[in-house]
Design a protein around this ligand. Structure first.
Ligand code: PXP
Length: 238
């Protein structure tokens, strides 16, 4: 089975917000990505509103039902938006004020476990699939299954930042083992963070890998190649 591609279009909105303008519009970007072969559109709603706005979530969910994968934290405010606009799926991620990007997988303290379990239940009641963004570690995979997730998104940050082929190989091994366990536990396996045209293949080749969520590399490539070509090139690799 081919690996699916979720294109994260946050940085189309970053560009728009740089001038507080009406364009470039993430809705236009989503339409282009989908017609170029993207399987899903990924957006991260952040409390600080640095890129995707609530109205973007509303419009994307309206125009592209079954195609929007919403990343957000487990705050009541984020949950309210997810429940209101009903994306196809929600990926719960950790969010720290001031971070440049998501720094890693969820930290499952007892309070966070309780909060996520409640959120998963309420999202499921609305028919929304739930993904948890986790480090590729066996205990975290088991925790995701215990909390009722449908999907785990394995964080590829450490892999993408590996400083030697040996280190990259070790990170890939961790990802493979986590993917294997997730499959055994009945979870769908996604991966994302820091993936690009050069490092994506090794992750896509991991057994059981279903979907790669990629943003920065595709949107920055699109500045020179155009968005349809940037998406097509990535889709061809998968
Ligand atoms: N998956 C998750 C959970 C993320 O938080 C991000 C970054 O927003 C991505 C995937 C995409 O990462 P990148 O922009 O580095 O491709």
């Amino acid at each position: 089975m081919k690996v699916q591609l979720g294109v994260n279009i946050d940085h189309v909105a970053t560009l728009r917000q740089a001038r507080r303008a009406a364009f470039p519009d993430p809705v236009d970007a989503a339409a282009i990505c989908l017609s170029a072969g993207a399987d899903y559109i990924v957006v991260h709603w952040r409390k600080d509103g640095r890129h995707i706005q609530t109205k973007d979530v509303a419009l994307l969910c309206k125009y592209f039902p079954k195609k929007v994968h919403l990343e957000c934290s487990y705050t009541p405010e984020a949950e309210k938006i997810a429940l209101k606009y009903k994306p196809y799926s929600v990926c719960i991620v950790p969010e720290q004020p001031g971070e440049v990007t998501t720094m890693g997988g969820l930290n499952f303290t007892p309070a966070v476990q309780k909060r996520i379990a409640q959120m998963v239940e309420r999202l499921h009641k609305k028919g929304i699939l739930v993904s948890l963004f986790i480090s590729p570690v066996a205990d975290e995979v088991r925790m995701a299954a215990r909390l009722g997730a449908d999907i785990v998104e394995l964080c590829t940050r450490d892999y993408s930042e590996a400083t030697s082929p040996k280190q990259a190989q070790r990170r890939l091994q961790e990802l493979s083992l986590a993917a294997l366990l997730a499959k055994e536990l009945g979870l769908e396996v996604h991966a994302g963070h820091g993936l690009d045209y050069l490092n994506v293949l090794a992750v896509a080749d991991i057994g059981g890998m279903r979907c790669m969520n990629i943003g920065f590399a595709i949107i920055t490539r699109s500045l020179f190649a155009g968005l349809p070509q940037a998406v097509e090139e990535m889709k061809d690799l998968l």
